[in-house]
Design a protein around this ligand. Structure first.
Ligand SMILES: *Cc1c(COP(=O)(O)O)cnc(C)c1O
Length: 359
């Protein structure tokens, strides 16, 4: 077979000696469950995002669920979220028994559309979940004006700025994910952050299910381990390097793709991009149902794993109409491998594949 020797995977965590050493030290200490490392990681993340504090949990999905519970959201309440996102925000809303109000995105930024969001508000709306997609902040300025509590979903975007503010510092609550392939990885894990201490205290109470003065019906075991937190802390110290490398890789892709007719990632005035994903749009696939799949297959043949950046929009799972931007994104968007542990050889292989597809 004449296949290329190596496959450049779509993403892969950056794990070096420091992460391995940190994990070994926790193992040696025999303090594995939530303890001092988790507290340090919470303080570190809170400082990074400018929050009053953080509460570490077992995943980003769990973080979304306890965030909703901490706001007292449940049956009879509505929560707005965008269609073009993974299933996690929708699942969290289901689990607390609230009603979802799914809205379309702004195609340019792939983020929740503020106008559609305003139109979806009712007297029952208790929160808006705002995923910052692929490393670019959503239009927080416009969303803030709606006067509804915002939950920033920073699972894909850390360290980016919107109008001089760090993402994750604007909403009443912010959630993060430390899943293996996110910007900052701990294997699995999540966190809820807030500038409001009383909200954080309610989140903490939902995580500590035992040894309380009375039984807590909403509480559950969603704790993070010290093993994960130790790895997360090392990664947090690497964030500046990670983001610099991501930015450099993105600039190189931009040069290679210049003049190809692809829509490259757009960075509106007043915002910065941290390139969790490098997502291009291929407008000529507008009318082709399986167009992206054939592009992905061709890249696979050239030894580069590309992906649809969102598996399936929520409105399609839910059988809802009126989501032209989400559908356009699903039909035309492609995510090209971009992560700090790409080697120079990997990068060269991606550039060759990009040129064969589009030059
Ligand atoms: C990954 C992700 C989540 C869920 O995080 P997990 O840690 O995998 O549960 C939520 N929202 C967005 C936007 C994500 O990308």
């Amino acid at each position: 077979m004449t296949t290329v020797a190596t496959m450049v995977s779509h993403s892969r965590p950056f794990i070096e000696t420091d992460e391995i050493q940190a994990a070994i030290e926790v193992l040696r200490s025999r303090q594995l469950a939530q303890g001092g490392m988790v507290e340090q990681f919470e303080r570190g993340m809170a400082a990074y995002l400018g929050s009053a504090g953080g509460v570490a949990v077992s995943s980003g999905t769990a973080a979304l669920e306890v965030a909703l519970r901490a706001l007292g959201i449940g049956p009879g309440d509505e929560v707005v979220l965008p269609s073009y996102v993974c299933a996690a925000p929708w699942l969290a809303i289901q689990r607390v028994g609230a009603m979802h109000r799914v809205v379309d995105i702004d195609l340019e930024t792939f983020a929740i559309d503020p106008t559609a969001t305003r139109q979806a508000l009712t007297s029952k709306t208790k929160a808006i979940i705002i995923p910052h997609m692929f490393g670019l902040p959503a239009d927080l300025t416009a969303l803030e004006r709606l006067g509804v509590p915002l939950i920033e979903d920073c699972a894909q975007t850390l360290g980016a700025m919107e109008q001089g503010r760090v993402v994750g510092s604007v909403g009443l609550l912010t959630i993060c994910s430390f899943y293996a392939t996110k910007l900052l990885c701990a294997g699995e894990g999540g966190m809820v952050l807030s500038r409001d201490e009383s909200v954080l205290e309610r989140v903490r109470m939902l995580r500590e299910y035992d040894e309380a003065p009375s039984l807590r019906p909403g509480a559950t075991n969603v704790k993070m381990t010290d093993l994960q937190a130790a790895i997360g802390l090392v990664q947090l110290n690497r964030m500046a390097c990670f983001l610099e490398r991501r930015n450099w890789l993105a600039d190189e892709y931009r040069v290679t793709l210049d003049g190809t007719g692809l829509v490259q990632p757009i960075v509106p005035a007043g915002r910065t991009h941290v390139y969790y994903r490098f997502v291009v749009r291929m407008p000529d696939l507008h009318n082709q149902v399986n167009g992206v799949s054939s592009v992905i297959a061709r890249f696979e043949g050239r030894g580069v794993q590309c992906r649809k950046p969102v598996f399936r929009s929520l409105h399609r799972y839910l059988d809802l109409d009126g989501f032209p931007a989400s559908e356009e994104a699903e039909r035309t968007a492609l995510s090209i491998p971009l992560f700090p542990s790409l080697t120079d050889e990997d990068v060269a292989q991606v550039h060759v594949a990009l040129r064969s597809e589009w030059s």
